[in-house]
Design a protein around this ligand. Structure first.
Ligand code: SF4
Length: 445
């Protein structure tokens, strides 16, 4: 469940299980080990954890030897609640503690009678290096560059779930990228809650601080330059960027490094200054807009995507309309739009003037309608153009077609054989949709 960092963590968990001799099962009912890798960012995915655990209770009753683990952010912030509500769970481990997973499994295997779960949520200070990985993404390898977050936006549970921000040593990142390329990946996605502040959390509790680059001013732009030198690496993506930490040198790096893709995911969260201040985001709408203008000026063809939430506590109709106006002015290529939900332990959860659910829903629908129209118009203007597409796989819904993404992260579906998977193909777009394009191969690069 959840974000790409969770997906990457699941690959680590799969690597650990593989080393212990486990193989993937076809169904949960056949599995000897079942893990839920959970997301706490909003109330909905957290509710999903408990409803999934309800389903797993039956499996545990029928096959008591099945080990059930809850991992990830909900495990970190709600370990005791999980243990209380689902006493059949054997292992509860937070996202920075997977180095303890193999030991936890062995402990449970040694214990025949039902017991209290093994709970490991104590480490917020270590970077889990040197753990095995079984990559599952088809063409883009996820590589963590930072862990945790120091920003404490008032609505967000991440700093509590994933701990304080720490940067991985440059050498470890480059080595992982080289390994991914050696395995056949042409694209990597560098991951962090806030990749732009790479380097600023360096060495805090880092297990090998001597290898972390500590040069004055070493930042994410420098890391991109370093990673871009990895031979045969065609594309570099990164997510997520925090607007307050984007530097001119980062824009220059995106513009100047040929394998860094022209795509910036830049969460705006709101288009109203008072709401942004209450969220603790550290920028005003004008500052955000100038940043977008500067980025578009410097990086030709740049696509900008965003995250936004409506119905933050105290959000008035006028403040919501400022967000609508921001969307009209900026015209995002794509947006992930959500309703605010209380996260226990955050400052926003304690704020007064909660927006009623029906109002939040209506605002969300209004924003979605606006954004969908914008995305359709933007895509329509790109019909007939030729794009480099990295083919990710067969399109499940249309036999004989494959799907892939442009450098600007647009989805393109076109007639092609599975032998194209993992290859870069020049595709001409023919029909535009909200989700992307139908196209035809123009020429193979
Ligand atoms: S920057 Fe803010 S929203 Fe993003 S992970 Fe950190 S605290 Fe959460």
């Amino acid at each position: 469940m959840g974000c790409q960092m969770n997906e990457r963590d699941s690959e680590t968990v799969a690597g650990i299980l593989h080393c212990l001799g486990y193989q993937p099962a076809q169904t949960p009912a056949e599995a000897d080990f079942i893990a839920l890798n959970t997301c706490a960012v909003r109330a909905k995915p957290e509710h999903k954890v408990f409803s999934k655990l309800g389903e797993l209770r039956r499996i545990k009753q029928e096959r008591p030897q099945t080990i059930i683990a809850v991992l990830g952010c909900v495990a970190q912030v709600a370990a005791q609640e999980i243990a209380r509500r689902a006493p059949y769970v054997d292992i509860i481990i937070g996202p920075r503690n997977y180095a303890q997973l193999a030991q936890a499994i062995k402990t449970v295997q040694r214990t025949s009678a039902p017991n209290d779960p093994v709970i490991v949520t104590d480490s917020h200070k270590t970077i889990p290096e040197a753990l095995p990985v079984r990559r599952t993404t088809p063409v883009s390898a996820f590589v963590n560059v930072t862990y945790g977050c120091n920003n404490f936006c008032t609505y967000c549970v991440v700093p509590y779930a994933r701990g304080r921000e720490q940067s991985r040593p440059v050498q470890e990142i480059v080595a992982e990228v080289e390994q991914a390329v050696a395995e056949g990946y042409k694209e990597v996605t560098l991951l962090g809650q806030n990749v732009n502040s790479y380097g600023s959390g360096a060495g805090q509790g880092c297990p090998s601080p001597t290898v972390m680059s500590q040069e004055e001013g070493y930042g994410f732009a420098d890391l991109l330059a370093e990673v871009s030198r990895v031979e045969e690496l065609e594309r570099i993506r990164f997510t997520t960027s925090h607007p307050k930490d984007i530097s001119v040198s980062l824009l220059a790096a995106i513009a100047g490094l040929p394998n860094v893709c022209e795509h910036l995911h830049l969460p705006i969260q709101a288009g109203d200054d008072e709401v942004l201040a209450r969220m603790g985001r550290g920028y005003t709408y004008e500052q955000y807009r100038h940043l977008v203008e500067a980025a578009r000026e410097r990086i030709p063809g740049l696509s900008i995507t965003t995250d936004v939430m409506v119905g933050f506590p105290g959000e008035t109709e006028e403040q919501f309309h400022n967000t609508l106006r921001a969307f009209e002015e900026i015209r995002f290529d794509q947006a992930f739009m959500f309703k605010y939900s209380d996260r226990p332990g955050t400052r926003a959860a304690e704020m007064p003037d909660k927006v009623p659910e029906a109002v939040k829903q209506a605002r969300l629908e209004q924003l979605v309608a606006l954004q969908n129209e914008t995305a359709r118009q933007i895509n329509q203007k790109l019909v007939g153009k030729s794009f480099e597409v990295l083919v990710a796989g067969a399109d499940a819904k249309s036999p004989g077609k494959v799907r892939g993404r442009t450098r600007t992260n647009r989805l393109v579906i076109f007639p092609g054989q599975e032998r194209l998977i993992g290859k870069l193909v020049q595709v001409q777009t023919q029909e535009a949709y909200l989700w992307g394009f139908l196209g035809e191969i123009a020429a193979q690069s």
